[in-house]
Structure formats: C-alpha cells, structure tokens
Ligand binder design. Sequence first.
Ligand SMILES: [Zn+2]
Length: 306
Amino acid sequence: MINKKECEIVQDLLFNYSDDLLNPESKKLVENHLLECKECQNKLTQIKEDNKKYNNKEKIEIDYLKKVRIKSKIKSLLMTLAIIFIIVFVYYFIKFIKINDIIRKSEEYSKSNNYYIERIEISDGVAFGLKTYYKDGKYKEVCEVYTDAGVEKDMEIYGSKGSSERVTISYKNNTALIETGTSAEITNNANKIKTDKDKNIFEIIGKTFKTSITTDNYDIGREYYVIKDYPYYDRIETWVDKENGLPIRKITRGAYKDFFAGTKIMKKVSDRIENYSYEFGNVTDEDVKVPDLSNFEIKYSTTMGG
Ligand SMILES: [Zn+2]
C-alpha cells in the first residue's frame, strides 16, 4: 500500500524530477513510487504539460520580439533612405531652378537689337580684345591686341544679317578684303551674343546633374554664379552674372604650356582668362557703318556654294 505521506514527498520532488535535477537516490525513489501510484503519475503528466506550454509561450514571445525588432530596423532604414532622397532631390531641384533662370534671363538679352559686347582674352603677358557692336542687324567687330607697348588695332569686320557680303579691314596690311558668298552670309547671320541657350528641358536636367554651381562675388562687387561643368571641374569655370544670366568671365586653367626649346620640360603653365562686358542700347548707326575704304588696298574674295 502506498501511504499519503509518501505521495506528498514524491509530489514535492516531481518538479525537480521533471527537470532532471534529483540525485540518483531520490530519482530512484520517485520512479519506484510512480510505478505504483496513478495519482502521482497524473501529477507528473500535468507538470510536464505545464512545462511544455510555458516553454512554447516563451518561444512565441521571443519570436514576437524578434519580429518587432526587424520591423523597426526596416522602418528606420526606409526613413533614412527617404530623407537622403529628399535632400538629393531638393539639391538638384535648386540647381535646376538656377540653371533655368540663367538661361531664361540670357535669352531675353540675346533678343536685343542693340548691344555692345567686349571680350578680352588674357594669356601670358598679352591680351586680345574682340569688341562687337550690333544695331538692327548691322554689326562691327573690332580686334585689338594689348601689350606693354600699348593698344594695337588689328582688324575690323563689317557685315549685316541676311547680306552675303562682309568687309574685313586689316590695319597691319592696310587692306580691305571684300568677301561675298555663302560663308560670309553664314557669318553675318550668326548670333553674336554667345550664351547658353539650351532650351530643351531634358538637356537642362542632364546639365543639372553634371554641373556644379556656387555663388561668389570676388573681384566684381556683385554676385555671380560660378559654373563648373563635368568632367572639367578643376580646369574650366564660367562666371555668370546673376542679374542678367550673361557670362562675365571664363577661366581655363593650364591652357598655355611653355617648354624649354627642344625639350619636353615644362617651363611655365598659365591660365587663359576671358572677360566679358556688355552694354545695351548705346550703339549708334555710325558705330556699325562701313568706313571710307579709299585709303586701303581693296581685295576681293568669293566663296561659292549652296
Ligand atoms: Zn503517490
């Protein structure tokens, strides 16, 4: 017979028994008792089932926590990506607006019927000037050279839009060359204001990606954009007036290289600087009128074609 007392002792031990924590003697005792006692067997089954349930529950909770953690990681990753995207988008959008603005403003000026443009190219100790006078389809271009000796007028060119005649006066040779034909006509019709006139929106977007634009006011006293085009970021920069979208200066670094005679050893590297200035509405009819050619030796040239 099994007495109640033994049942109590065994049931006290059952938890540790199911976790396999008993010493061999106690284990033996419990097992012997279990063989004969239905009640304690049931108790053990109950304990095992409870243990199982408890373990399952714990596992589910851990799984749940893992899922929550992964979800929040994904969320913060997506947030980071969204923020990066917004920053990049705003950056390029601002650039796009600036480029568009420059092009729009410069286009207004390129429609002008009365302008004077001065382009001075400075390189190693010499400067070349190209001055363009334009009024109602007629133009005059003056080429000058500036050295330590002073200003030397080199050439003057006269033409008018739609005309196939062009006159080039050379002060060096004291000649006047009268050109007629297609090439003279093409030159006459060319627009003299050279600005960035890309109108195609996709080209502008493309430009936005490969152009760097910063703002500066060095040396000029007013603000301008410094535009650098890929892939020549370090070599070429153009300054564009914020007010009118017209170029003020173009710098080409290392454009000129001097070598010691007969060697490949570089003596000097220098930059080419082109400075531009503009005036609108001040050109007179007199400025663009072909002068009296009687003092020059007159030469003729004809280009045929089309
Ligand atoms: Zn029992």
